[in-house]
Ligand binder design. Structure first.
Ligand SMILES: [Zn+2]
Length: 465
C-alpha cells in the first residue's frame, strides 16, 4: 500500500483547487486505509469553516458526519439501556412507553442485541429484555417506520423470546412465541432472514421434544430462506444445524456428509461454525466405527478448541476426547473422562446433556461387561431428573444391565415416552415419528434424551443460527 497521507496532503487533495490526479490517488488510499480515514475525519471536521472543499471532499465530510451521528446515537442508546436494564421488566416497559427518545430503532437494536447475547447464559433475563424490545418495536414512530417494518421488528423480538424460552425448557411458551412471531412476519416485509431464524428455532424446539423428522422438515425450509438472503454465514449455519439434527437422529453417514459440505462452504475465519461442524464430523466418525479418521478430524481442529468459547464448548470437547479414548479401547480412561463431563453438566444445570452422556457411559460399561457399574450408574442417573420419562428409561436400563445379551440390539425409540410437543403451526406435516426405530451403537443414547425435558440448555439440539 502507498505511504499514509499527511494532514497537509489530505487538505490539498480534498480542496476545490487540488490537483485531480492527486485527489484520485488520495481517495483510492482513503477508501482502503482506516488510519487515514480517521485523520481525514478530524481534518474535515476541524475544517468545517473551510469554504472550498472539492466534490469528493464534501462527499467524505458527509460520510464521516453520518458515521459520527450513528456512533453517537448508538452510545446514547447504550447509556440509556444501561440505566433501564437495572429496573424491573415492567418498569422498563413503562419507561419506554412514557419517554419518546427511547422509542427508536437504534434503541430496539441495542436491546435486542443484549437479549440475544444473554439468551444462553440467562434465558430468563434474555426473555424479559426481548419483551421490552418488542414494546419498543410496537411504539416506533409511524411516520418513520411502516406498519410492515414494525411487524418485522416485533417478529424479530418474539423469535428471541422463543429462543430464550426454549433454552429455559419452557416449550409451550416457546411455541406460543413462535406462533405470534410468525403472525407478525406474515404481516411484515417478507424478510427471509427473519423467517430463516424462526424456522431454525422451531426446528430446535422440534428436536428438543423428540420430533426429529419435523425438525429436518423445518430446517429444509430454513435452508430455502437462507439461500434467498445470499448470506453465506446463514446458509452454513443452517447446514451445520441440519448435520447436528441428523446426528441426533443417529443418521451418521448423512450427518457426516452435511458437516463436510458445511466445512467446504465456510468463509475463512468463521471459527465458531468450523468448530461446530468439525465436532459433528468427529462424533459421526466415532459412531461409524472409524476411530482413526475421527482422531485425525479431532486433531485437525484442536487449535480451534483452544479459543475461549465458554464452559459448554469445553465440556463438549472433553466429551469428544472421552469418546475417542473409548473408540481406541482405553475404556477406563474414557470412563473417568466421561464422569468428569457428566459432573460438569450437572454443575452447570444442563441436565439433558448430563442424562445423555450418562446413557453413553452406560452403553460403554455394558459393552465391556462392567454390569455392576452399569447398574450403579442407573441408580445414580435416576436421580438426575424427576421426569417420568427419564425414570422409565433408567428403569429399562437397569433391566437390560441384568440381561446384557439384549443391550446391543435394544430398541430405544426416542419418542417412546417423551412429552411430545408439536412444533408451531408453521410446521409442515412431519414424517413418521422416530419411535420404534431400532438404533445401534452408543449414539442411540442421544435420541433417547431428545425426548426428555431438560431444565435448560439446548444440548444435542445444536447451534443457534
Ligand atoms: Zn493510510
Amino acid at each position: 500500500m502507498a505511504p499514509h497521507l499527511s494532514r497537509k496532503r489530505l487538505a490539498r487533495a480534498l480542496s476545490e483547487d487540488g490537483d485531480p490526479a492527486e485527489a484520485d490517488a488520495a481517495v483510492a488510499h482513503l477508501l482502503a486505509c482506516r488510519p487515514c480515514q480517521d485523520l481525514a475525519a478530524e481534518e474535515l471536521g476541524a475544517g468545517s469553516a473551510r469554504p472550498r472543499l472539492s466534490q469528493k471532499g464534501n462527499a467524505f465530510r458527509t460520510l464521516f458526519k453520518s458515521e459520527e451521528c450513528r456512533a453517537l446515537d448508538q452510545l446514547r442508546c447504550e447509556g440509556w439501556w444501561a440505566e433501564l436494564a437495572g429496573l424491573a421488566p415492567e418498569e422498563q416497559r413503562e419507561r419506554v412507553r412514557s419517554v419518546l427518545a427511547l422509542q427508536s430503532k437504534k434503541m430496539f437494536e441495542v436491546v435486542i442485541a443484549e437479549a440475544s447475547r444473554l439468551a444462553a447464559d440467562d434465558p430468563y433475563v434474555g426473555e424479559e429484555m426481548a419483551l421490552t424490545a418488542r414494546v419498543i418495536a410496537a411504539l416506533l414512530p409511524r411516520n418513520r417506520h411502516s406498519e410492515k417494518a414494525r411487524n418485522d421488528l416485533q417478529g424479530e423480538a418474539l423469535i428471541v423470546v422463543a429462543k430464550c424460552r426454549r433454552l429455559g425448557a419452557d416449550w409451550p411458551g416457546s411455541k406460543a412465541a413462535l406462533q405470534e412471531a410468525w403472525s407478525h412476519l406474515g404481516r411484515g416485509t417478507g424478510d427471509p432472514k427473519q423467517e430463516c431464524r424462526l424456522l431454525s428455532i422451531a426446528a430446535s424446539l422440534a428436536s428438543d421434544t423428540g420430533n426429529l423428522e419435523s425438525a429436518l422438515g423445518l430446517l429444509a425450509r430454513a435452508e430455502e430462506r437462507a439461500r434467498a438472503t445470499r448470506d453465506a454465514g446463514l446458509v452454513v449455519g443452517v447446514a451445520v444445524k441440519v448435520a447436528n439434527t441428523l446426528l441426533a437422529g443417529c443418521r451418521f453417514e448423512e450427518a457426516l456428509g452435511r458437516a463436510e459440505e458445511a466445512l467446504q462452504l465456510l468463509s475463512p475465519g468463521d471459527s465458531r461454525l468450523e468448530m461446530l461442524a468439525r465436532s459433528i464430523a468427529t462424533e459421526c466418525l466415532i459412531e461409524l466405527g472409524r476411530p482413526t479418521r475421527a482422531l485425525r478430524s479431532f486433531l485437525a481442529t484442536r487449535a480451534l478448541y483452544d479459543a475461549p468459547w465458554g464452559r459448554p464448548t469445553r465440556l463438549k470437547v472433553d466429551y469428544l476426547k472421552a469418546r475417542l479414548l473409548d473408540a481406541f479401547g482405553h475404556v477406563r480412561e474414557s470412563e473417568k473422562a466421561l464422569r468428569v463431563v457428566i459432573a460438569g453438566h450437572i454443575a452447570e444445570g444442563t441436565y439433558k446433556d448430563a442424562f445423555l452422556y450418562t446413557l453413553t457411559l452406560f452403553d460403554s460399561l455394558c459393552r465391556r461387561g462392567a454390569l455392576g457399574k452399569a447398574a450403579e450408574l442407573c441408580e445414580e442417573a435416576a436421580g438426575l431428573t424427576d421426569t417420568p420419562f427419564c425414570h422409565s428409561q433408567m428403569g429399562k436400563g437397569l433391566g437390560r444391565a441384568a440381561r446384557p445379551g439384549e443391550v446391543a440390539g435394544a430398541d430405544r425409540g426416542p419418542a417412546a415416552g417423551g412429552a411430545a410437543l408439536h412444533p408451531p403451526a408453521l410446521e409442515r406435516p412431519g414424517g413418521p415419528p422416530a419411535a420404534g426405530r431400532r438404533l445401534a451403537g452408543p449414539g442411540r443414547a442421544r435420541s433417547l434424551a431428545a425426548g426428555s425435558p431438560a431444565r435448560r440448555g439446548p444440548g444435542a439440539a445444536g447451534p443457534a443460527v
